[in-house]
Design a protein around this ligand. Structure first.
Ligand code: UDP
Ligand code: MG
Length: 337
């Protein structure tokens, strides 16, 4: 009897748990195909117990119903499917956070051994999960993340824009962001707990993943077109996201504007002295108003630019100090364990 108990304990200890975290916003067309594809991969990997955490990010289509159906069907199955549904669209960052938090609080607060973030539109090939597990087990690293080596099927302008962003980000901020890195990544529970412990409400995960440290390995994949529907990103949305990410992790704009301001002030004082001496020595000729107006406009513009950068930071501080929750849950099938 005792031996039997020991054996089962040993067996369960060997099986590791993996939470698949899926942010979904209007993905009703994709969810079933996505679930089948991941299940197929999950079933082919032995020694790992897969469960799912779907986050419905305020979808306006049937996404939530589809998730409920999958969860209901899974009850009879061995896999657990948990879900959280938001009261409105809070954005993918909030959805990823909610999923990671749920994963780290599961299993009596121990958390799953691994959590993997993956998109619902099958743009992140589920087969890579096998490779991620292998990489983590073989190298003993904490995280394995995917990186797109091509941007095929993506609008040209978006690729150009993205490249520029990574270049600027890596040049001016304290963290490094890998070009082509997507939010498809497997992490061990230590790293998940570290990420969840960061309380900021305006989250930029690509920066956070790098900021928390830990040993990350990269695997590469070719870009895949989204299964159905359109990307939720507009150019304007991407631009705002890029600026937010930059401000989150870079103090360069603040330092740069400070330097610019001082340089201009010193220049102005020198210019003033030169003019004063000129007037004293050679007398005063009629000065042109044009240069004066030009200077006025130049300074006015620069002051406004500097102010707007500072304002941007203050605005973000204001939002953070309000301490609002990152998301609001409307419905969930996760009961507090
Ligand atoms: N997503 C989300 N909330 C949003 C926007 C997107 O949860 O507000 C999810 C979406 O359902 C998908 C993933 O995030 O699973 C990636 O979104 P999308 O495909 O639109 O972005 P892209 O692949 O173009 O970067
Ligand atoms: Mg996509």
């Amino acid at each position: 009897m005792e031996l039997q108990e020991l054996k089962t304990a040993e067996q369960t200890a060997e099986i590791k748990t993996v939470d698949v975290i899926v942010p979904c916003f209007n993905e009703a067309q994709n969810i079933d195909a996505f679930y089948d594809a991941v299940q197929q991969v999950a079933e082919s990997i032995s020694g790992y117990d897969f469960s799912y955490i779907f986050i419905d990010d305020g979808s306006e289509d049937d996404t939530l119903e589809m998730i409920r159906e999958i969860a209901a069907a899974a009850v009879t199955d061995v896999t657990t499917v948990r879900y959280i549904s938001f009261s409105r669209n809070f954005g993918k960052e909030a959805a990823m956070y909610a999923g990671l938090k749920a994963s780290s609080e599961s299993r009596g607060g121990r958390g799953a051994d691994y959590a993997v973030l993956i998109d619902a539109d099958l743009q992140h090939p589920p087969e890579l999960i096998r490779e991620m597990i292998k990489t983590i087990e073989e190298t003993g690293c904490d995280s394995c993340a995917a990186r797109r080596v091509s941007r095929k099927g993506e609008p040209r302008i978006r690729s150009l824009f993205a490249r520029g962003f990574y270049r600027i980000m890596n040049r001016f901020s304290d963290i490094e962001i890998i070009d082509g890195a997507v939010d498809f990544r497997m992490m061990d529970r230590r790293m998940v707990k570290a990420i969840v412990s960061l309380p900021e409400t305006q989250r930029f995960s690509k920066g956070i993943f790098s900021w928390v440290g830990f040993d990350t390995r990269w695997i590469e994949f070719e870009n895949v077109k989204r299964l159905s529907g359109e990307s939720k990103w507009t150019m304007w949305g991407l631009l705002k996201y890029a600026i937010a990410g930059f401000l989150d992790f870079a103090e360069a704009p603040l330092k740069f504007t400070g330097l610019l301001g001082s340089l201009i002030s010193v220049g102005a004082v020198i210019y003033l002295i030169v003019e004063l001496l000129k007037t004293l020595i050679v007398g005063k000729d009629v000065p042109g108003y044009e240069s004066l107006i030009c200077l006025l406009l130049l300074f006015g513009g620069m002051i406004l630019a500097v102010l707007s950068v500072i304002g941007e930071y203050i605005g973000r501080m204001y939002l953070e100090t309000k301490g609002r929750p990152i998301y609001i849950e409307k419905e969930s099938n996760i009961d507090d364990e």
